[in-house]
Every structure is written in C-alpha cells, then in structure tokens.
Write a new protein. Sequence first.
Length: 98
Amino acid sequence: MLWYILKLLVLLPLIAAMVWGSLKLARRLQERFGIAPGGARSVRVVETLMLSPTQRIAVLAFHDREILVALGRGGLTRLAEAPARAADSAARTTEHAA
C-alpha cells in the first residue's frame, strides 16, 4: 500500500506537468504559425446555408473580399467572389475600435 501511494505522489504531479507543458507548447506553436489565440483572424464565416444534408454554401470574408463557396462530399468549390459589403466593413471597424 505504501508503494502505491508513493507512486501516486510521484506520478500525479509528473502527469500534471506534462499536460501543462503540452498546452504551453500548443500555444507557442499556434503563435509561431500565425494562429493568434483570441486575436483577429484573416478568414471569417459570414453566413452559411444548408442546401441538403450533404451540401451547403457559405460566404467567407477574407481580406476585404467575400467569397461564396460550396461545401460537399467532393470538397470545397469557389463559386463567386466580390468586394466586401460596406455594412460588413463598418461593423468590423467598430468591432476593432471597441
């Protein structure tokens, strides 16, 4: 019984330290590869619409452009692209100011 408690006292903090270290490493790798935690992202989903159980369309905002894409079993297909609407740009500007 003493051996079990000794192993528990040694291994439990070791496992906790490994979990903490892997979370820190994941955050560091996200920052290195440009994925800011909680920060502004360059791609934003504006709207989605399900056409069928396996197909949907989505509007993505990317660098002041709106891109209409179709999502299905075959993957992602770009359907159209247009400049961002003025209302979206104004909403984003007030979001960043706050």
